[in-house]
Design a protein around this ligand. Structure first.
Ligand code: ADP
Ligand code: 5GP
Length: 216
């Protein structure tokens, strides 16, 4: 076997990475996240806690942990969050313990969080964080997608559209920015980013032992 073949990243112990997907609501990050999780057995989703109410079709503990304001405040006071933020007048936070456990067991973790969360994670975990921002091809298409998704009232859709420009203004806080025009094309790009980031030398902690063995 050539040295090149042996450089398969799965042969080496690797540092887990924190893979963040953000976008204005409706641009397609949940769609991309679902496809990624189905395709990547080493990738686990971070389930956030939120004070917002559960929507039809959502499952407590799977989509979010739905908690009351008091519980959320207690979790903040007990330092249970890696990061948390106000979004759409509600509170959203990333519980710390499950992320630590997933990273410790050698898995990568996927986050569907907003720009405030991406910024906080980057402050805490720096080089272990990969931030990807997904843009819609146009604001008209964003509006159409929110309507087609049919999960929100017209009033909520208007609020999401009103916030979209502000969210997009944080595009420069990300490592990668993609336009989700064709979903398969965008998904392929996200997979390429994940694959390349996993191969980074700094993440392949087992590489040193391999190099020593090679040159002994
Ligand atoms: P987000 O998680 O960013 O709020 P979703 O993933 O829920 O967005 O996508 C919003 C809607 O747009 C969904 O109905 C989804 O099926 C659809 N959608 C996602 N990506 C595309 C795309 N590239 N082209 C057309 N529709 C899309
Ligand atoms: P939704 O209510 O539509 O599920 O999510 C609204 C927004 O909150 C999305 O932009 C989503 O990325 C963001 N969000 C979800 N969970 C978290 C979290 O734990 N932290 C932060 N900062 N944002 C979150």
């Amino acid at each position: 076997m050539s040295v090149y073949d042996q450089a398969d990243p799965h042969r080496f112990k690797r540092r887990g990475l924190l893979f963040v997907l953000s976008s204005p609501s409706g641009a397609g990050k949940s769609t991309i996240a679902r496809k990624l999780l189905a395709d990547e057995p080493d990738l686990y989703m971070s389930v956030s806690a939120t004070t917002r109410s559960i929507r039809p079709g959502e499952q407590d503990g799977k989509d979010y942990r739905f908690v009351g304001l008091e519980t959320f405040r207690d979790m903040v006071a007990n330092h249970e969050f890696l990061e948390w933020a106000h979004v759409f007048g509600e509170r959203y936070g990333t519980p710390k313990a499950p992320v630590d456990a997933m990273l410790k067991s050698g898995h990568d973790v996927l986050f569907d969080i907003d720009w405030q969360g991406a910024q906080q994670l980057h402050q805490i975990a720096g080089g272990d964080v990969v931030r990807v921002f997904i843009l819609p091809p146009s604001m008209e298409e964003l509006h159409e997608r929110l309507k087609r998704r049919a999960t929100d009232s017209e009033e909520i859709i208007d609020r999401r559209m009103a916030r979209a420009a502000n969210e997009i203004s944080h595009w420069d806080g990300y490592d990668y920015v993609l336009v989700n025009d064709d979903v398969e094309d965008c998904f392929a790009k996200v997979k390429t980013i994940l694959a390349a980031e996993r191969l980074k030398r700094s993440r392949q902690t087992g590489l040193i032992g391999f190099i020593r063995g090679l040159t002994r």
